[in-house]
Ligand binder design. Structure first.
Ligand code: SAM
Length: 221
């Protein structure tokens, strides 16, 4: 009997359930430890994001299950084979994307993360899900790792790393987009420059705010 799809069958479905449960049970960073203005400053600074994510290095910070499903649906419906991810963490969003690539017949998710302990855990998750062959992890600051050796074309991009860098990462990759490339930005409201760019028709996108503070954009040219 052939299985219906990778996302809703074992090993992927029970693994995602287990990982989301683990993420919910994990300790959360107590932002009250640092003054609110300090957090806001770090969130919006192009030099402080390393300090911010170093404070958050044990936090899972995954996309919601709904956003994960949305990623799978978009990758399936666009028949994506070339996907780039900014911000992997423990790899939950990556698992949804890799499941879609498997069901599309193959491809590659190039994903990025600068925290080595997260990279090690994510690698284990990809092995457990049986999708390691579909994932290339680039370890280091995505401003560097996503600036080189890019695929000829990118079908889908997810932005989920340091919010302040969304526009910089978009500009790094933009020349590889084609009409129909989907860009999904999680918690995009933290970066108004990014939103202004993708919401301006003259820049070649059509863009809508979605649930869970996701901005969904499509490249038109
Ligand atoms: C919100 S989490 C990603 C969650 C992940 N997409 C998921 O659904 O499981 C953001 C991650 O991006 C990483 N990150 C932030 N800025 C980065 C950068 N400039 N380069 C590489 N990784 C970065 C952080 O260390 C953190 O683990």
């Amino acid at each position: 009997m052939t299985k219906e799809n990778t996302l809703t069958c074992a090993p992927m479905a029970p693994l995602l359930d287990h990982l989301f449960n683990e993420a919910s049970a994990a300790a959360r960073f107590d932002f009250t430890q640092i003054p609110e203005e300090e957090t806001t400053r770090m969130m919006h600074s192009k030099t402080e994001y390393l300090n911010l994510y170093s404070l958050l290095k044990h936090m899972w910070l995954p996309v919601s299950r709904e956003t994960g499903k949305l990623l799978y649906m978009l990758a399936r419906s666009t028949k994506a084979t070339s996907v780039v991810e900014f911000g992997m963490s423990f790899g939950l969003s990556t698992l949804y994307l890799a499941a879609a690539l498997r069901d599309n017949g193959g491809g590659k998710v190039i994903t990025s993360e600068f925290e080595p302990t997260k990279v090690a855990k994510a690698r284990e998750h990809f092995v457990q899900a049986g999708v390691s062959d579909l994932v290339e992890i680039r370890v280091g600051d995505a401003l560097n790792t996503l600036a080189v050796d890019l695929p000829e074309t990118i079908d889908l991009l997810i932005l989920d790393g340091a919010k302040v860098l969304y526009d910089d990462i978009l500009h790094l990759l933009e020349s590889r987009f084609h009409p129909g490339t989907m860009i999904i930005a999680d918690n995009a409201s933290y970066n108004q420059n990014y939103l202004t760019h993708v919401r301006s028709a003259e820049n070649g996108y059509l863009s809508v705010p979605f649930s869970d503070d996701v901005e969904l954009s499509v490249r038109l040219r």
